[in-house]
Design a protein around this ligand. Structure first.
Ligand code: AMP
Ligand code: MG
Length: 457
């Protein structure tokens, strides 16, 4: 085992706990090192599969955006200097969205207007669009001569009190982006908005970094793997050799982690849970390191006699960046890596505490940024918001706390209220919550109506 030069922490439950902020900085430093050393392996990804992937190259504007002066209202393209409620303008044509002003057509002239639809290009000569809602149209009498093909003439004027400034209801061409501009930096996460941007440049696919594999290993003698039991419970009801026993629990953490990894754009590789036994644990950890550059363990990192995860990792030459953080839940969380060897590059690992809420919180604050870096994402930010606290809340100082809470956003100021919980094993309470209320380390009282920080899910 080596100690981290940066953190100076040592192995074991008795080791110095570091502050939450310090732990975040350590993870950030490793994430930055990963990004700096990145070899840019890329793959082309269809836009329909691109959600959550990270762009491997800059997205460049293929042409000016908008490529023409884009009309933003249905109405009449006019010359603002001609517009007066007493002087109707002659409607000389119509342009629909997707239609071009015919080449060779004269510009919109003095006293003229062109009926125009949202999304159409502004015709030359016009400098604004009078909204249809602000306009009154009149028609001349139809021709009395039935054989005449002459159509009635249409006139438009602004409703009284309606004025129009040059440029109104038009987005000038090139005002959103110029051809060749960088629209998205390499490493940007592709959400729906970024995918729309790529699609607006005509891309069907974009180069992305492959999502990193993430091995997931739950540990604990009490765990039953529901998937390994499929059939046995249903087929042999009451068979005590196969059914879950009252003192056992289903492994839920590995499923939480599969979902969290998927949400973070990684490829989860769930292993069967390992026993609290050195050889089984070592074999499972080894196969996790074979499978992925990042291994997430849950359980077995506390002070119990059978909490063997750190010991087994240390036996493999692991370097620990931290082995405990002043936070709750999640205090025993472990972060480190095993060095590269001739067969493979270095492997990162997190030993996440087994209590389910601890597992999920520590993933969201520590694993997510590292995974984002492995995925090639730059400038990852935690999803933190401010909200008004709904009730007084008392606690003890000394730990940064993350309390399952409910954020209500229907009132004018979002309001957060901690949910009643039995602690970090209470999956039911955590399932009812929709965020985590963050209580700073130095705080023992939060008062109702004060603004507080919230970790969004
Ligand atoms: P540990 O961190 O191993 O001391 O476990 C702390 C608590 O979390 C114990 O009550 C465990 O039974 C529970 N736990 C550990 N692993 C899991 C898991 N994979 N799924 C659900 N609960 C777990
Ligand atoms: Mg355990």
């Amino acid at each position: 085992m080596q100690k981290s030069p940066s953190s100076g922490v040592s192995l074991g439950g008795g080791a110095a706990l570091i502050s939450f902020t310090e732990a975040c900085s350590i993870v950030e430093a490793q994430a930055n090192a990963i990004l700096a050393a990145r070899v840019s392996e890329t793959a082309n990804c269809d836009l329909i599969d691109a959600l959550g992937r990270r762009l491997a190259v800059a997205l460049i504007a293929d042409r000016d955006q908008p490529p023409f002066p884009r009309v933003t209202r249905d109405g009449y393209a006019v010359r603002t200097k001609d517009l007066h409620p007493d002087t109707p303008l002659l409607v000389v044509g119509q342009i629909r969205a997707g239609e071009a002003w015919p080449a060779g057509n004269p510009s919109v002239g003095a006293g003229e207007a062109v009926e125009i639809m949202t999304g159409a290009p502004l015709p030359p000569g016009a400098d604004a669009v009078l909204m249809v809602e602000h306009a009154q149209e009149t028609q001349s009498e139809p021709s009395v001569d039935a054989s005449s093909e002459k159509r009635p003439q249409r006139w438009v004027r602004p409703l009284s009190g309606r004025t129009l400034a040059p440029g109104e209801n038009i987005v000038p061409s090139g005002s959103e982006a110029r051809r060749g501009d960088i629209l998205l930096e390499p490493g940007s996460r592709l959400g729906p908005e970024q995918i729309a941007l790529a699609a607006s440049c005509g891309f069907l696919s974009v180069p992305v970094f492959p999502g990193p594999n993430v091995a997931i290993l739950a540990t604990g003698d009490e765990l039953v793997d529901a998937s390994a039991q499929v059939g046995s419970i249903a087929v042999v009801p009451g068979d005590s050799s196969t059914a879950i026993q009252p003192h056992q629990i289903y492994d839920s953490n590995s499923h939480a982690l599969v979902a969290l990894v998927q949400q973070a754009g990684g490829n989860p590789m769930r292993q069967r849970p390992a026993r609290d036994e050195r050889d089984d644990l070592a074999a499972s950890i080894r196969s996790g390191f074979e499978a992925a550059p990042l291994l997430l363990l849950t359980g077995g990192v506390s002070m119990g006699k059978f909490d063997l995860v750190e010991e087994v990792l240390a036996g493999m030459g692991a370097e620990f960046f931290f082995t405990g953080v002043k936070m709750q839940p999640g205090k025993p969380v472990v972060f480190g890596r095993v060095p590269s060897d001739s067969d493979r590059p270095e492997r990162y690992f997190f030993g996440l505490p087994g209590n389910p809420v601890s597992t999920m919180v520590t993933f969201r604050v520590f694993v997510a940024p590292l995974l984002a870096a492995l995925a090639g994402e730059r400038n990852w930010q935690p999803k933190i918001a401010m909200a008004k606290l709904g009730v007084d809340f008392r606690t003890k100082q000394g730990l940064t706390r993350f309390l399952p809470a409910h954020l209500a956003t229907t009132s004018s100021v979002p309001t957060v209220t901690p949910v009643h919980t039995q602690g970090s094993g209470d999956l039911a309470a955590n399932g009812r919550a929709n965020c985590y209320l963050i209580v700073p380390e130095d705080c023992d009282l939060l008062s109702a109506n004060q603004m507080v920080r919230v970790l969004l899910r």
